[in-house]
Write a protein that binds this ligand. Structure first.
Ligand SMILES: Nc1ncnc2c1ncn2[C@@H]1O[C@H](COP(=O)(O)OP(=O)(O)OP(=O)(O)O)[C@@H](O)[C@H]1O
Length: 307
């Protein structure tokens, strides 16, 4: 049986009778980067807090590294590093002193990890500068370094790019990718902006009003957003033959509803229409479709920013 790093089963969490998370069942496989995407109030932080053991569900269960039950989870959470909500800084200490503090609190003996982590997140040259004088980007990177103190196998980052400028976003993105590649970590990273996580993550989890609306891979998202010609016609098998023999393309897909998605001839739909007509096929629809990432996200959650 496949072992997951995280597996949740029908997790539900309410605050004062209002449901923040409803029936969340998901799995996370080792070595992947999962983007948890949802608008403000969607339930991202609530889910992360439950995984980290910072709060408890009303119902449902959590399995970490194949283990269940509160005692086992406490043990497995030592393999997890988190930056959820406000990173735990001591503002009047330096970056290195902050790392030392967290290392000691966690009972980790090797001090060399402090310099290693500063180097990893690009804060080696901050010297005596106190964290209260850091830029937001520096603080976010220090937050990630603190989450890495215990050399975790699972890293949970709640909106690590929030408030960062485009360069800061790229820095965090590259750091997360590197961690996954070099340290084979599994990462869960949240954002309210799908395009921001595009190409950083390998898998997307779309959450809305506390419910998982869709999970999909990077490839599936690309396919969903890729522009194509949609053709509805009376003889889809014959049309497939026409595409291959007369338009010399295999870049098409017959969909379950028998429509055809053609990923070719996007700039020459007239030619496609002409061939359809010449072969006695009746097309009831022929249109170019495809989405931007943001539109796709909005369509999954119901198409309305305020829904
Ligand atoms: N401690 C709490 N007490 C009461 N309600 C809460 C609490 N924490 C979260 N909620 C509510 O639960 C819902 C989900 O909130 P959550 O913080 O998980 O969303 P989010 O997706 O992380 O949003 P954001 O992007 O704004 O951080 C919201 O309606 C929020 O108001």
């Amino acid at each position: 049986m496949k072992q997951y790093v995280v597996k949740t089963d029908h997790l539900t969490k309410s605050y004062h009778g209002s449901t923040a998370l409803r029936d969340v069942s998901l799995t996370m496989a080792p070595g992947k980067i999962y983007g948890l995407i949802g608008q403000n109030g969607a339930g991202k932080t609530t889910l992360m807090r439950l995984l980290a053991g910072l709060s408890f569900p009303q119902s449902g269960s959590i399995e970490l590294f194949g283990h269940q039950g509160e005692r086992a989870l406490q043990q497995e959470r030592k393999r997890m590093g988190c930056m959820i909500e406000h990173p735990g800084f001591v503002p009047y200490l330096t970056a290195k002193e902050n790392l030392k503090y967290h290392r000691m609190v966690r009972g980790i003996p090797n001090p060399e990890i402090e310099d290693e982590l500063l180097e990893l997140v690009g804060l080696s040259d901050t010297g005596k500068k106190k964290v209260k004088n850091f830029s937001l980007g520096m603080k976010q990177r220090l937050g990630i370094a603190i989450a890495l103190v215990g050399s975790p196998e699972l890293l949970i980052l709640d909106e690590p790019t929030n408030g960062l400028d485009p360069l800061g976003v790229v820095e965090v993105r590259n750091l997360v990718k590197r961690l996954c590649e070099e340290r084979h970590m599994t990462v869960l990273i949240s954002s309210h902006n799908l395009p921001e996580l595009y190409q950083t993550v390998t898998n997307y989890i779309i959450i809305h009003h506390g419910e998982i609306k869709q999970t999909l891979t990077q490839e599936e998202l690309e396919a969903a957003c890729q522009h194509h010609i949609v053709i509805h016609c009376d003889q889809p098998e014959k049309l497939a033959g026409v595409l291959e023999t007369q338009l010399n393309t295999t870049k098409y897909k017959v969909m379950p509803d028998k429509s055809i998605k053609l990923f070719d001839y996007l700039n020459d739909t007239d030619m496609v229409a002409k061939r359809i007509f010449e072969n006695g096929i009746v097309a009831t629809k022929l249109s170019v479709e495809g989405d931007t990432l943001e539109n796709y996200f909005l369509s999954v959650i119901g198409g309305n920013r305020n829904a």
